[in-house]
Design a protein around this ligand. Sequence first.
Ligand SMILES: NC(=O)c1ccc[n+]([C@@H]2O[C@H](COP(=O)([O-])OP(=O)(O)OC[C@H]3O[C@@H](n4cnc5c(N)ncnc54)[C@H](O)[C@@H]3O)[C@@H](O)[C@H]2O)c1
Ligand SMILES: [Zn+2]
Ligand SMILES: [Zn+2]
Length: 364
Amino acid sequence: MKAAVLYETKQPLVLEDVDLDEPKAGEVLVKVGAAGICRSDRHFMHGDARINLPAILGHEGAGTVERVGPGVTLTKPGDQVILSFVPACGRCKSCLAGYSNLCDLHMATGPFMLDGTCRLHKNGQDIHHMGKVACFAEYAVVPETGCIPVSADVPMDIAAMIGCCVPTGVGAAVYSAQVQPGSTVAVVGCGGVGLNVIMGAKLLNAAKIIAVDIRESQLEFAMKFGATHSVNASDRDPVAQVKELTGGLGADYTFEVFGSAETIKAAYDMSAKRGTVTVVGIAPMDTEASFNAVDLVRNEKTIRGTYYGSARSRNDMPAMVELYLSGKLNLDDLVVRHYGLDQINQAYDDMDQGEVGRGAIVFD
Ligand SMILES: NC(=O)c1ccc[n+]([C@@H]2O[C@H](COP(=O)([O-])OP(=O)(O)OC[C@H]3O[C@@H](n4cnc5c(N)ncnc54)[C@H](O)[C@@H]3O)[C@@H](O)[C@H]2O)c1
Ligand SMILES: [Zn+2]
Ligand SMILES: [Zn+2]
């Protein structure tokens, strides 16, 4: 099958034929239908995050089940499925505590399948599976727990979005921060994930939703998804601007959705007394972020991270699908660019150039 392979950081992905094994026990072969262009893959390409190489990236995907391995009961051939990049084991401490987004077995096995081996190879060499999804390829072998069946009414590209940016962004507002009605929210970074944070805040009836970005185009686009105000961080200090828009108080809930020490500090500094700062963006590895320790205490602030929007894929992705089908999440306007797999490097360049909304690779 054709796949886009990362051999070396800071180099383009290589489009080539690779070998894919049959699914083993508890695994599923999926024909990929669509794969989203998320910045998390870009971090691996740039070397800002580490993955065993070579690797096939792509963790925001959806497709159709082609064949299943022995013992699979959660899905069957013909099902349309959303792929989860945390296929939870259901047995570890995190899973049992209700945090399947942090599954210990998944984290311990990283870019290998749950049994610690790879299904992807080229000339006898193993190729690693980003998030046990690896959907920048025509087919993927994934654990059955990473397949979430979805109605065929949901277009493939939108189903793919529900594999990462939707649960991550909406979940950050709904499950992690638990935004209260009537509150003020500031979202720093309004790309694919940030727009979903905005939609999550709108869903929970936040009164004021301030979009913060360095690009005017992103800010205008964010208004479609529920932002009520915008702040251009390249004009003037975004902290001062958010304070002005909130009567000097700062925002009750702030979200960092880019991934840098600078934007984490900005999200912290623009938060109000008793404010909650939720960090979604993944900063380059070894980044240390800082905030004023006295301010933290005297203003009773909370700072927390959120992985996968603290969403439990098997439980919460179907809820996101229902929110979309009932018109409460505007996912139709989110995917604005479609590419073939052979245009994948272009798709990532477009993201770097600041094209608005989400891009998606679509397969025939
Ligand atoms: N926590 C998780 O589970 C999780 C899941 C998915 C993605 N992520 C991370 O979330 C981040 C966002 O991902 P994305 O796919 O939406 O990326 P994106 O590139 O689509 O969006 C990033 C946005 O940040 C803006 N930006 C850049 N510098 C800024 C600054 N100084 N101030 C304000 N805005 C700025 C960009 O203009 C862009 O609109 C990435 O770091 C990604 O790895 C985390
Ligand atoms: Zn992602
Ligand atoms: Zn687990």
